[in-house]
Design a protein around this ligand. Structure first.
Ligand code: NAG
Ligand code: NAG
Ligand code: NAG
Ligand code: NAG
Ligand code: NAG
Ligand code: CA
Length: 527
């Protein structure tokens, strides 16, 4: 019976589609044991797990109650939005509900009564979890699609944002971008950010309601029109730089920039028909678990991978404690069809417990010291357990010892620091006159020129004399007839020929005066 079960499980990966299973109990010549596979969770309707934020405050209609009308029926402005009446309210959550009986429920904005000031709204969706899109994002607009909008995405829970797609009825006018279609992209441009005119032209508000971000069309570039050749897609996702990340998001933001206009210019006498109304936002994707989990559950308010392969973390992004004898790696789709689990491994038993914090895969026994030590520590670490940073690097205080980023380069300025080592907080030792963590600034009264040098002149103590001007604290630019570091010396004084030469060539009044001045100066100095 057990044997049969094992056999059955062993064949499940093929039966259930690709990468659905993380491990199975198999019988080999050496007896039964676990076999591991690259695995990923199923795609889900991500709108069920999203938090939404609509900006600016007061953009949602109904407070105070407001009348509006439609482009089809522009003179019958009897519809009402009233936030205090559940039947007439249009709060943001109606973009994510499930609509039974085909009755659209929708979020709605205020009308464009402030025209010509633009009517702007941001709808931000956050998951607090990396998600890999597996199908088109589909946004459904009631009463017409915006004539200008933009989709942005974040990969770091909203800290940084990047454009994802531009939408306009005239891309050139709205964004100075040529209009393109995703269908025309090629294998090398599959992750291009483009502007499309396909979803913004007026065709009547009932006919075309959706705005798409085309994930399937982009997949089809590799997997063929019906996405039959997924192997090819997975191979490309693995090898093409940035392609996987292109389909990964933690947050999405729709920036609505101009509402539907009904196919004509804005009619100022009836602004009640301009607004945004979104009835649904469909986002289909799977939790990103780095191919180390086939389940993703909603716990404590966010999605979390149920990590296998002795990995841990929200995205299974690191090895569990005591399973760090080799560095963490994401599972791989390759080789087809089962991929590689790249599981984390327990600290090797052969050499006792030689922990290398994931910076080395090898230990070696040093006979004459009678110690086991890690060999070829990576990530700029060193030491018996790769627990120290190499010279010229310092410990990243916000990273754990097994983090790839645990050692940060000191980056001391080569010219103005004494050596390339730094202390535990990254401070370098500076040569005279230099300062700053990396020694790339100068102390006051020093100037920078391939290092820090004491000021030759300045505007306070080391003033240039005789009308000379101080050039970048480096030298005085002296007027004709003077020289010396601070132009303190008359040329006539120092070198008779120089003075005569100048005199004979240009016996202008100025020169004469200078000579007189110089003579006086000599008299002064003689005293
Ligand atoms: C929408 O978000 C963008 C940043 O992506 C911000 O610059 C803009 O001010 C926001 N607009 C509104 C209306 O909140
Ligand atoms: C985001 O998820 C992490 C990990 O599950 C959790 O610790 C954190 O509290 C969540 N943050 C928010 C704002 O929900
Ligand atoms: C993870 O560790 C357990 C022991 O806690 C072990 O039985 C299992 O085989 C390990 N899994 C992998 C994928 O290495
Ligand atoms: C320090 O480690 C954290 C956590 O891994 C990482 O996000 C950060 O970039 C590292 N800092 C530097 C300067 O490398
Ligand atoms: C590193 O050097 C800086 C500047 O000299 C100093 O402020 C800091 O306290 C030092 N840090 C440690 C850990 O010694
Ligand atoms: Ca709805």
């Amino acid at each position: 019976m057990l044997y049969l079960l094992a056999l059955l499980l062993h064949h499940l990966p093929l039966a259930m589609g690709q990468y659905d299973i993380c491990k199975s109990w198999v019988t080999t010549d050496d007896g039964p044991s676990w076999e591991f596979y690259a695995c990923q969770p199923k795609a889900m309707r991500m709108k069920d797990y999203v938090t939404v934020r609509v900006d600016p405050a007061g953009i949602t209609c109904g407070d105070p109650p407001e009348r509006f009308c439609t482009h089809e029926n522009p003179y019958l402005c009897s519809d009402e939005c009233d936030a205090s009446n559940p039947d007439l309210a249009h709060p943001p959550k109606l973009m994510f509900d499930s609509e039974d009986e085909g009755l659209a429920t929708y979020w709605q904005s205020v009308t464009w009564r402030r025209y010509p000031e633009p009517l702007l709204a941001n709808i931000t969706l956050s998951w607090n979890k990396s998600i890999e899109l597996t199908d088109d994002i589909v946004i459904t607009f009631e009463y017409g699609r915006p004539t200008i909008m933009m989709l942005e995405k974040s990969l770091d829970n909203g800290r940084t944002w990047h454009p994802y797609q531009y939408y306009a009825d005239d891309c050139m006018e709205a964004f100075s971008m040529p209009a393109r279609r995703v269908r025309d992209l090629s294998t090398t441009s599959a992750n291009r950010v483009l502007c499309t005119e396909e979803y913004s032209r007026w065709v009547g508000s009932k006919k075309e309601k959706t705005v798409r971000f085309e994930v399937r069309d982009r997949f089809a570039i590799f997997a063929g029109p019906d996405l039959k050749n997924m192997d090819n897609l997975y191979t490309r996702l693995e090898s093409a730089k940035g392609l996987k990340d292109f389909f990964t998001v933690t947050d999405l933001r729709m920036r609505l920039l101009r509402p539907a206009l009904g196919g004509t210019y804005v009619q100022r006498e009836n602004l009640y028909k301009y607004f945004y109304a979104v009835s649904n936002i469909e986002v289909t994707g799977r939790c990103k678990c780095n191919l180390h989990a086939n389940l993703c559950t909603f716990k404590e308010g966010s999605l979390q991978c149920e990590c296998e392969h002795n990995t841990t973390g929200q995205d299974c992004g690191k090895c569990k404690k005591n399973f760090r004898s080799r560095s963490w790696r994401a599972g791989s789709y390759l080789p087809l069809p089962n991929g590689s689990p790249n599981a984390c491994a327990a600290a090797g038993s052969a050499f006792g417990n030689c922990e290398c914090y994931g910076h080395s895969n090898r230990c070696s026994y040093i006979d004459f010291l009678n110690v086991v030590t890690c060999v070829s520590c990576k990530h700029n670490t060193r030491g018996q357990h790769c627990q120290h940073c190499r010279l010229g690097f310092y410990r990243n205080s916000s990273a754990e010892l097994d983090d790839e980023n645990v050692c940060i380069e000191c980056n001391c300025n080569q010219i103005s620091s004494l050596h390339d080592r730094c202390n535990e907080t990254g401070y370098c030792e500076c040569k005279e006159g230099a300062t700053g963590p990396k020694c790339d600034d100068c102390l006051p009264n020093y100037y920078w020129r391939q290092g820090c040098f004491p000021n030759v002149c300045d505007e306070e103590l080391l003033l240039c004399q005789n009308g000379g001007t101080c050039y970048q604290n480096q030298r005085c630019v002296c007027p004709v007839g003077f020289k010396g570091v601070l132009c303190q010396q008359s040329r006539c004084e120092a070198d008779k020929k120089d003075c005569d030469g100048a005199h004979s060539v240009r016996a202008g009044l100025g020169t004469v005066l200078l000579v007189v001045l110089a003579l006086q100066l000599r008299g002064f100095m003689d005293l």
